[in-house]
Every structure is written in C-alpha cells, then in structure tokens.
Design a protein around this ligand. Structure first.
Ligand SMILES: [Fe+2]
Length: 243
C-alpha cells in the first residue's frame, strides 16, 4: 500500500500544488504537480512509480483524459518520462535548454524548450531556468495567500538524515548532501559553469521573493520564515556568495 508520502499530497490548496516522494535506486526523490491556467496537469520530475494524476482528488481540474505537461527539470530527472509517455501518449515533455542535448541522448528526443510552457502557467506561478549551469535547472515560484513557495531542482537538498544504505550514505557524506538543508558539492564542482551568473540570479530571486517554503527534489518540504537567510548562508558557505 502506498505510504502517505508516496501518495499525492496537497501542499497549497489555492495553487492546487501537490507533491509525492519516490525512490530511484536508494535515493529519495520528489514529483510535484499543479494545473496550468486551462486545467492541464504539469508534472515536475515525473516518476515511473507514480503514474497517476492528482486530479481525482480535486474536481475542478481536468482528469486523466487531458494530456499532462511533463517537466524534466534538469538533464538527470528523466527516468519516469518513458513510462508517463506510454500511459499518456499525448503528453508533452518540456526541459530547460541546457538539458535538451543530454536528454535527447537518453531517448527523450521529443521535448520542447521550457520557454514554451511559460504561456500556459496560471496567475501566481512562474518558471525560472537558472543560468550558469551545465545541464539546466528548472524552478517554479508560487505566490499564493501570503506563501511564496519555491519548487526547486537539484541545487538544494533537505534530507532528514543519512541513508541507511551504505553506498547512498557514503555518497551523501562525500557530497555533503545530508542531513538537513544542504547544497551538495556536485553543484560547485560539476554543475556550475559560471558561478557569477548563477549567484547573481539567486541573489535577485531571493530579494524579489523572500521565499517562505521550499520543495526540493530530494528531501523534506521546508517551511520557515527564515528561509531566505538560511539559503543565503548556504550560498555564502558553499559557493562564496558575497550577498
Ligand atoms: Fe536529483
């Protein structure tokens, strides 16, 4: 039976933002879902373990007959794509520019650039393609009822504890990706192409949004009024941010 976290859970009723967790090998990952302005579901980081839309939970959004928009947030979160396309053949995939070449080599060769999703988003939701990274990174920003939520990619982790599986635990220790709010070493040493451009974008987003809630692709949801300060400290410590 599906546990609470592996079923779609409502995060924000006004935005109709849903989330669920899944496991790839020994790593916990997250899918997020919300409707477009016309009621199509957007599934961010689709999982092969969770081939259902959350539409049966709420009635004012189209259900499974409407093809979802599948967002591969970077070049690494593509493992559920083929299974979703099989179940929803009319689904359209989207990915950031920086991820398209690698994703095509992995068999995801029918994706549209993320920019084409922008016009479909509802009021209060925007998408950001983070600059300065080698393989793309997609974030969604939600602003509803006083909450400013960031649905992020692989930049921030918030795993409650180290994995019990030895290989996963060792990887987490080496990368500094657990426990708690972290920015893994892979960002600094592998994914960042232009640190100045990347940090300048982060500074602007933090200043504009002052986010109150974080949904990272790996780890727990973090609701915290001090979130901007905590993310700033992390960016200073891990990437030498000057803001
Ligand atoms: Fe990831």
């Amino acid at each position: 039976m599906a546990s609470e976290k592996t079923s779609w859970q409502m995060v924000d009723p006004e935005a109709k933002l849903f989330t669920c967790q899944y496991r790839v090998a020994n790593f916990i990952s997250r899918s997020n879902a919300f409707p477009t302005a016309s009621g199509q579901w957007v599934i961010v980081s689709p999982s092969a373990e969770k081939l259902e839309l959350p539409g049966t939970v709420i009635k004012d959004v189209q259900e499974s007959e409407t093809a979802p928009c599948l967002v591969l947030p970077n070049a690494f979160h593509f493992l559920g794509y083929a299974a979703w396309k099989k179940k929803f053949p009319r689904a359209q995939g989207y990915a950031p520019e920086g991820a398209l070449a690698r994703l095509a080599r992995k068999g995801c060769d029918d994706l549209k650039p993320l920019a084409e999703l922008k016009g479909l988003l509802p009021q209060g939701v925007s998408v950001v393609e983070l600059p300065g990274l080698r393989y793309g990174e997609t974030w969604f920003r939600f602003s509803h009822a006083g909450e400013r939520t960031w649905v992020t990619g692989d930049v921030f982790f918030n795993l409650k504890r180290f994995s019990r599986q030895p290989f996963a635990r060792l990887t987490q220790k080496l990368l500094g990706s657990a426990p708690g709010l972290k920015l893994p070493a892979t960002i600094k040493y592998v994914l960042i192409k232009d640190r100045k451009v990347f940090l300048s974008c982060l500074e602007k987003l933090l200043r504009e949004d002052k986010p109150t809630r974080l949904l990272p692709l790996h780890g727990e949801i973090l609701s915290d009024p001090d979130l901007p300060q905590k993310l700033t400290v992390l960016l200073r410590e891990r990437l030498g941010a000057k803001f």
